[in-house]
Design a protein around this ligand. Structure first.
Ligand code: UT7
Length: 323
C-alpha cells in the first residue's frame, strides 16, 4: 500500500475579454499569419483593468471545488503558482484562502514562472505524502498582460491571462504504476540562463519591469529539456512513452509542443492543445489545459498523463500522473 495524491476536481477561469491576433496588426508591425504560423496562437484572454490574479485564481479554485463536490472547509492547504501576484506580499494564495472563506490550514505561492504549476504540483504531492495535508488546492494563475511591453512584437503577442486549479486528495494506492494519482515528478533549474527570459524589474530593483525574452534561444532549449524531463518522470514511475494516454504540455508554442511529442515518439492525437485559444498563460497553462481537456472529453479516469513545462530561470520539470 502507498499514499497517492489523486486529482478529485479540476476547474478553470478565463477573463471575458478575448483578443484575436488581428488586434495587434493595428499597433504593431505584425500579422495574424506570422503569429499563427510561428506560435500556433490565434487568440488570448486579457484580464479587465480591475481584475487581478487572485480574482482569476479564486474563480478557478471554486470551479475545481465544485467539480470535486467539496467546500473550502475540506481543504488543508493552497499552493498557488504565479509570477504575477496582486501584491508584493502577502501571497496571492492567502488572498484566495480568505476569499474562499477558509480559516484553517495554510497557503503559499510558488514562483517558477512557466514551470510554476509543475513545481506547485510536486510540492503539493510532497505535502500530502509527508502527512502535512490531506487535501490540497493547487492553482496556476497569471495576469501576464500586466508585464508586457506593448511595443515589443516579439513578446506581447504571445502571452495571455487565465487560471486553472486542481484538488488533490490523499488516497491509498497499491504502490504500482496502475494507481491513480501522482506517480512521479522531476524538477530542474539552471540559473545561468537568466538572460534568456526575465522581467527587467522587481521590488529590489525598485520598478515593475517588462518581460524580456530571447525566444529563439528558449526554443532551442525547450524541446530537448521537455522531452528529457518527461522521460525521467515516466522512468521514475516505471513507465515509458508507450504508456502515455495524454501529454498535457505547457502551452507556449505549437511547434515546441509538436517537437516534444515527436521526440517522445507520440502522435499529436495524444496531446492536449489549447495554445490557439489561450496563448501562453505561464503557470496557468497546464491546469487550464487539464480542465479544458476534461471538458472536451479527451481526459478520462484512469488515463496516464504526463505534464511538462519550461520557462524563466530556466526552470523546467514534469509530472506523471494517472487521472
Ligand atoms: O513559456 C516560456 C517559454 N517560452 C517559450 O517557450 C517561447 C519560445 N520561443 C518561441 O516560441 C519562438 O521563438 C517565437 C514564437 C518567440 C519566435 O519564433 P522564431 O521562429 O524563433 O522566430 P525568431 O525569434 O527567430 O524571429 C524571426 C523573425 C525575426 O525577424 P528577422 O530578424 O528574421 O528579420 C523577428 O524580428 O520574426 C520577427 N518577429 C516578428 N515578425 C512579425 C518577431 N516577432 C514578430 C511578430 N511579427 N510578432
Amino acid at each position: 500500500m502507498a499514499g497517492r495524491s489523486v486529482v478529485v476536481g479540476v476547474g478553470h477561469y478565463l477573463p471575458e475579454r478575448v483578443v484575436p491576433n488581428a488586434e495587434f496588426e493595428k499597433t504593431l508591425d505584425t500579422t495574424d499569419e506570422w503569429i499563427r504560423t510561428r506560435s500556433g496562437i490565434e487568440r488570448r484572454h486579457f484580464a479587465a483593468e480591475d481584475e487581478t490574479t487572485s480574482d482569476l485564481a479564486t474563480k478557478a479554485a471554486k470551479a475545481a471545488l465544485a467539480d470535486a463536490g467539496l467546500t473550502a472547509d475540506d481543504i488543508d492547504a493552497i499552493v498557488l503558482a504565479t509570477s504575477t501576484a496582486d501584491l508584493t506580499f502577502p501571497s496571492a494564495a492567502t488572498m484566495v484562502q480568505a476569499r474562499l472563506g477558509m480559516t484553517r490550514g495554510f497557503a503559499f505561492d510558488v514562483q517558477a514562472v512557466c514551470a510554476g504549476f509543475v513545481f506547485a504540483l510536486s510540492n503539493a504531492n510532497a505535502l500530502i505524502l509527508s502527512g502535512q495535508a490531506k487535501r490540497v488546492l493547487v492553482i496556476g494563475a497569471e495576469t501576464f498582460s500586466r508585464i508586457m511591453d506593448w511595443t515589443d512584437r516579439s513578446t506581447c503577442v504571445l502571452f495571455g491571462d487565465g487560471a486553472g486549479a486542481l484538488v488533490l486528495e490523499e488516497q491509498e494506492g497499491q504502490g504500482t504504476a496502475q494507481d491513480r494519482g501522482i506517480l512521479a515528478t522531476d524538477l530542474n533549474s539552471d540559473g545561468r540562463y537568466k538572460d534568456l527570459l526575465y522581467v527587467d524589474g522587481g521590488v529590489s530593483t525598485q520598478s515593475t519591469g517588462h518581460l524580456r525574452m530571447q525566444g529563439n534561444q528558449v526554443f532551442r532549449h525547450a524541446v530537448e529539456k521537455l522531452a528529457r524531463t518527461a522521460e525521467v518522470a515516466l522512468e521514475r514511475a516505471g513507465l515509458t512513452g508507450d504508456d502515455v494516454d495524454w501529454i498535457v504540455p505547457h502551452q507556449a508554442n505549437i511547434r515546441i509542443i509538436q517537437g516534444t511529442a515527436k521526440k517522445m515518439g507520440l502522435p499529436m492525437d495524444n496531446v492536449v492543445v489549447t495554445v490557439q485559444d489561450h496563448g501562453n498563460t505561464s503557470a496557468a497553462s497546464i491546469p487550464l489545459a487539464l480542465s479544458v481537456g476534461k471538458q472536451r472529453g479527451q481526459i478520462k479516469p484512469g488515463d496516464l498523463i504526463v505534464t511538462e513545462a519550461i520557462g524563466g530561470g530556466l526552470a523546467w520539470g514534469a509530472v506523471a500522473l494517472r487521472w
